[in-house]
Design a protein around this ligand. Sequence first.
Ligand SMILES: Cc1cc2nc3c(=O)[nH]c(=O)nc-3n(C[C@H](O)[C@H](O)[C@H](O)COP(=O)(O)OP(=O)(O)OC[C@H]3O[C@@H](n4cnc5c(N)ncnc54)[C@H](O)[C@@H]3O)c2cc1C
Length: 370
Amino acid sequence: MKVLVVGGGPAGSLSAANLSERAEVTLVEAKGASGFPAKCGGLISEDCFEALSRYCRASRALQNRIDGAFFFSPSGRYVELRGKSRAVVVERKALDPMLLQAASKSVDVRMKTRFAGADGGKVRLVEQGEERFERFDLIIGADGPESVVARTYGFERPEIFTGKQYLMEFEPIDERMVELYFGKKYSSGFFAYAIPVEKDVARVGVVSRENTSAHLERLLTSHPSVSERAGRSIYEVNSGPIPIGLVDFVRDGVALVGDSAGMVKPYTGGGMYYLLRAAELLGEHFPDMEGFRKSYLREMGREYSSGERIRRLYDSLDDEDYDFLIEVARDVDFSSLHMDSPSTALKLLPEVLKLVKRPSIAVKIARVMV
Ligand SMILES: Cc1cc2nc3c(=O)[nH]c(=O)nc-3n(C[C@H](O)[C@H](O)[C@H](O)COP(=O)(O)OP(=O)(O)OC[C@H]3O[C@@H](n4cnc5c(N)ncnc54)[C@H](O)[C@@H]3O)c2cc1C
């Protein structure tokens, strides 16, 4: 069977690699290189990193190891959280080309080739300005959050948040701890973050439903803790859409993998692990696409709904609620928490609820538990 994979980002490269044993695969990538610009904090779990290491020498993209996170309330108070998962920071500008290179060993990779639509059962490809029509048995849309494949074939679209980050001079509290900043001043519906990359350098960013740039500037200039530690040098600026909400990703002869399908943890915006699992299950089940859909939903469906319920808390909690919850969190045992599994976070909410003595906050937490 002939398969066209659209997109040479991680979702495309991993899908192509996983399909290549069972199909004749062509991968098209619109740009001349994969991984540029790197719209990513690079934070992935160690489990995800190890899984990626089966495809390429991911250690070459390794920048830092992370032991846990500090959760900040808007007033600058924070609590330390160490779960059962450890994390790493990777450089996507190094990782993505390695994944594509690994796929190219068994797949026909065409760079500077854009999927531009479909006509009468054939796809329209534009290769360095030249248009051609080709027929494929299956099309995989791994073309990111603004997927042309999804629009061409009429797939539902996820809600779009925006992420913006600076790679900048920053003095972290601890180089092996990520910092997460909550509160409506710094994000609408999500949170801000600092991911230490190397000594005195971090990716400091915001994910937000709106006004992302303004939130990031406010974080850097007026957050009581961040503003004290942010330096003047900015080495890189990146921003991009973050799709929240898994859509139906399989239909006749077409499937979506990665950001194109909203395969992103709804409570963190991280997409790497969820797209990796999709690519692997796609390869396992091909050509049974219904089997692929069912097994992905069986494995990950609960994680998406748990993640979305936790994300709804970001909308409902007020700044004072966070101050209160940071204190409560000091007495909670987070050791069962895994960053790729929001259901492990949801399971902790009953314990949190027992400690919350304020009815207004208890109601907000109870609402996401049911
Ligand atoms: C600011 C920010 C920070 C993030 N931080 C993290 C993080 O710390 N950890 C994490 O796990 N995730 C993070 N993410 C999310 C993560 O980057 C994405 O989930 C991941 O890149 C999705 O991979 P993908 O292959 O689906 O899409 P992409 O990486 O967007 O790749 C899609 C590819 O398709 C190509 N393409 C597009 N249209 C066409 C076309 N018509 N024809 C041919 N090719 C096409 C593009 O050129 C691109 O190369 C972050 C995202 C943002 C925006």
